[in-house]
Design a protein around this ligand. Structure first.
Ligand code: FA5
Ligand code: MG
Length: 417
């Protein structure tokens, strides 16, 4: 697999995807395995839990927000192309030049200009620019990330954006109309931007939080245990995260906030204020349907998919594990080829994903040290192998584990100890 990748890519110096070619350069780090996820669109597959969730979220917004002619306020986009420019993913969203989220170790770059979108927010600018004030975006997003039961390098998000003119923001309070401004030349505080009045910022924050709380109650019922946490995003201020209790632990569901005015100005809008949110669909679905592991969303086993084949999308499906198979932990230890700071954990995680695929449940760094005599850095990772549909034999595990070791020596130039 790796050979194929090297040969194909280095000889031609081009990557071909859907009839378009991308010049390989020093930023290229996308793998054929990751490219193979493009177009899978789980969120559009009939009866897939992510698709059920898309319909339920869409319905919520259609029914709760209507324009004065009684039509749904929000437009829905669910098939925007996942290859975006650095401008779309970062610059338009005011992500600083040196922000960690731009690093090669965090994103899948086709080259220095193009990458697989790391969040649905990458499309905010173009949709606002096209004149939309209220929209939802459902999309697959790609990130180099840790490996565990709630992280996967390809996942799905729904983005929501809502913009208000002054009279729309204060229309619920006719007494205030004409007397409350949206904009001022003020100062930035913890709760507002310098260009916004305190009142406008508070009303938008309230609109945002109450919309999201209502959505969560719509999906999970009145007893859902949630909490708001202050957060930071370069393109919103103030910013928040919503967490929900799942199996006794707080799980982050979404990020959101009041859009930085400059992101609107970049899209040609000067007279509006608004909010945006981005929800991880898998995280919602895991809680809603009791799905214990994020890899299951990629399962093609009818034992999984048939459980979601319901005639009413609001059916309260509780996933029943087909069976529980035992985990097989195996450690891998190696010397790094050079300095520790030239080695990224995500490079190793990607390699494990590429070589071993979905039989890997978790990879954790369990030990690292420096050997002063040998002048070498060591790393030990524990790889937990677990098949979702059968018991793995030790022999099968050994075989995959050896492939991981060989690939690590070959492509990361480490030395197995
Ligand atoms: C964002 O992606 C922001 N674009 C969200 C946003 C939109 C903020 C609009 C403000 C305004 P974050 O990286 O926190 O933020 O991801 C959002 C959600 O995606 C998370 O809360 C989580 O539910 C989900 N998520 C993040 N990483 C993963 C992953 N590796 N696997 C599965 N879900 C993930
Ligand atoms: Mg987050």
């Amino acid at each position: 697999y790796h050979c194929f990748f090297k040969r194909k890519y280095s000889n031609s110096n081009q990557i071909f995807i859907n009839g378009k070619s991308y010049e390989v350069d020093s930023w290229t780090n996308v793998t054929p395995k990751i490219i193979s996820y493009i177009g899978k669109n789980l969120h559009l597959q009939k009866s897939h839990p992510l698709s059920l969730l898309r319909e339920r979220i869409t319905n919520f917004f259609y029914f709760h927000y209507k324009n004065n002619r009684g039509n749904p306020l929000f437009s829905v986009y669910d098939n925007l192309y996942p290859i975006v420019t650095v401008e779309q993913n970062f610059d338009n969203l005011l992500v600083p030049e040196d922000h960690v989220s731009r690093n090669k170790s965090d994103c899948y770059y086709l080259n220095s200009k193009y990458l697989l979108r790391g969040h649905s927010s990458a499309h905010e600018n173009e949709l606002i620019q096209s004149g939309l004030d209220n929209f939802l975006i459902f999309s697959d997003v790609y990130r180099r990330d840790q490996i565990d039961s709630s992280h996967y390098p390809v996942f799905h998000q729904v983005e929501g954006v809502r913009l208000f003119l002054r009279h729309e923001l204060f229309s619920l309070n006719p007494d205030a109309e004409g007397s409350i401004d949206v904009f001022e030349k003020g100062v930035r505080t913890e709760t507002k931007q310098e260009v916004h009045t305190y009142d406008a910022a508070r009303v938008v924050e309230y609109s945002l939080k109450s919309s999201l709380t209502a959505l969560v109650r719509h999906l999970f019922g009145q007893n859902a245990e949630v909490r708001w946490v202050d957060a930071y995003f370069p393109f919103t201020h103030p910013s928040f995260e919503l967490e929900m209790k799942f199996n006794g632990e707080w799980m982050e569901l979404l990020g959101c906030g009041v859009l930085e005015h400059q992101t609107l100005v970049k899209a040609g809008v000067e007279d509006k204020i608004g909010w945006a949110f981005g929800i991880g669909l898998e995280r919602l679905a895991m809680i809603l349907y009791n799905i214990p592991d994020i890899r299951l969303f990629w399962s093609t086993d009818p034992g999984f998919l048939n459980q979601f084949n319901v005639s009413d999308i609001n059916t309260n499906v509780k996933y029943k594990p087909i069976s529980i198979y035992p985990p097989c932990p195996n450690d891998i230890s190696f010397w790094l080829p050079g300095n520790a700071d030239e080695f990224s954990d995500n490079d190793f995680y990607d390699l494990v994903r590429t070589v071993a695929g979905d039989v890997v449940e978790q990879v954790n760094l369990v030990d690292k040290f420096y050997h002063p005599k040998k002048k070498l850095y060591s790393r030990t990772y524990r790889i937990v192998y677990r098949h979702m549909e059968k018991t793995l034999t030790q022999e099968e595990v050994n075989k995959v584990h050896r492939l991981v070791e060989e690939a690590a020596e070959r492509s990361l130039e480490v030395k197995i100890r």
